[in-house]
Ligand binder design. Structure first.
Ligand code: ATP
Ligand code: MG
Length: 426
């Protein structure tokens, strides 16, 4: 019986990995331009960390976590909680009061697998800790925007404010009263949510619930003066940076720790998986986890969804992996010197390949073609006896004689000088 990967857990094959790497590299590059430093945390954390941060009555904690019940530990479903745990544990703020941290890695949620939704998925996660100014919100959003732009992706931005412990509780009460009156029209989940997590009803996808919440009271209209000013300043700062956005008062996010600004980067190209990335402020979270009273804001983008979008929006052809030089040794006696030459080429930074099978010239040229070689050095026994080989430009089919004198290192150097000029001129 063949053993296969677990449902919802996926291999990333070599043909796709180039795309992953280019997204990751671009993200690192941009994050560093904005002054972020990388942090890497363990995949397992105490279950308590996620229950206390994400919230007991959220979908993630209620039904999506991979928890080892007998050990009280959980595979991280997201990165923010782990970063805050590490931040507090190591007192990172003592050295540098404002921390800009990013991480890239796998997250785990027990969800129904479908396109753009997996059980092991990967996030790019960026957090700014210790800065409460609205311009910081705009700067972080601008960073996400810049990444999506530089990847050539068309993605829209929605913005909302979830208020704070001053204005949200009275709003919640009004919302619950409103929902209770329409209880019988709500879906089963939302009837339950009305009691456990009423804000979640606002973004239920069922048409009957959507119709109900259109009439619901709006938190944006009842924000306290501080939250109201904050939200206004975030919008102004985004406009200053010429970042278009749309306000969506029904956006609530699935994690309890959010306060004030929340945002989502959305696409219509991935079916039900509309969110490419999402984030927001979490001003009470660090204190709630036993740390100093510092504010924070962050976002996470799903790498799978970015990869799918890059494939779909297809305005970015990724160069196929290539070999600079393929050495075709025609005869077993030539394997030793050709092997030395290839080794020297690699030491000098070239992508060099060799076939040890001693197959025919035709077979080896075919192999060179498959590995996308720019040049092939053909070393036949007769030529070798004369101290020569043939250098073939795989694009133009032109051939020239290459003299094989000197050490493998010297040969490699001359070869690369030749190949380098030919490659840039053609
Ligand atoms: P969704 O509404 O799609 O379930 P979410 O609100 O649960 O997303 P977040 O917790 O905010 O997502 O995570 C941020 C990003 O991580 C999402 O925008 C998405 O790109 C990605 N993501 C979340 N869950 C998954 C998953 N199961 N598979 C793949 N990517 C995911
Ligand atoms: Mg989700």
């Amino acid at each position: 019986m063949k053993i296969q990967a677990i449902n919802g857990f996926k291999d990333i094959l070599p043909e796709a990995v180039g795309r992953w790497q280019s997204i990751e590299q671009r993200a690192r590059d941009i994050f560093e331009r904005f002054g972020f430093q990388e942090i890497r945390m363990p995949i397992l954390e105490k279950t308590e960390l996620f229950v206390r941060s994400i919230g007991e009555a959220t979908d993630v904690v209620e039904k999506e976590m991979y928890t080892f019940a007998d050990k009280g530990i959980t595979m991280r479903p997201e990165a923010t909680a782990s970063i805050m745990r590490a931040f507090i544990e190591h007192g990172l703020h003592v050295q540098q009061p404002v921390q800009r941290l990013y991480t890239i890695g796998p997250m785990f949620r027990h969800e129904r697998p479908q396109k753009g939704r997996l059980r092991q998925f990967h996030q790019l996660d960026a957090e700014i800790i210790g800065a409460a100014e609205p311009r910081v919100d705009a700067e972080l959003i601008a960073m996400g925007r810049m990444l999506l732009d530089e990847l050539g992706l068309t993605v829209s931005l929605e913005l909302n404010s979830l208020g704070c412990p001053v204005c949200r509780p009275p709003f919640k009460e009004r919302l619950v009263a409103f929902l209770e009156q329409r209880r019988e029209v709500l879906c089963d989940d939302c009837q339950r949510r009305t009691r456990t997590n009423p804000l979640r009803v606002l973004d239920c996808k069922k048409p009957s619930c959507r119709a109900v919440v259109q009439e619901a009271p709006s938190l944006l209209e009842t924000l306290c003066p501080d939250c109201d000013r904050h939200f206004l300043e975030v919008r102004t700062a985004l406009e200053e940076l010429r970042i278009p956005f749309r306000i969506n008062r029904f956006m609530v996010r699935g994690l309890d720790y959010y306060t004030r600004t929340t945002f989502e980067f959305l696409t219509t190209d991935l079916g039900a998986q509309a969110a490419v990335g999402a984030g927001g402020r979490y001003d009470g979270l660090i204190e709630q986890l036993g740390g100093p009273p510092l504010s924070g804001i962050g976002f996470a983008m799903g790498l799978e969804r970015l990869v799918l979008l890059m494939e779909q929006q297809a305005n970015n052809s990724l160069a196929a992996p290539s070999t600079d030089l393929f050495v075709a040794a025609l005869g077993t006696a030539l394997l030793a010197p050709c092997g030395q030459l290839v080794h020297a080429l690699r030491q000098q930074g070239a992508k060099a390949a060799i076939d040890y099978s001693g197959r025919s010239l035709k077979a080896q040229l075919k192999q060179a073609g498959r590995s996308n070689a720019r040049f092939t050095l053909i070393v036949g026994e007769d030529e070798w006896a004369r101290g020569e080989a043939i250098l073939r430009d795989m694009r133009t089919q032109e051939q020239r004689t290459f003299t094989l004198n000197g050490s493998p290192e010297e040969q490699a150097r001359r070869l690369l000088a030749l190949v380098g000029t030919a490659a840039t001129s053609g």
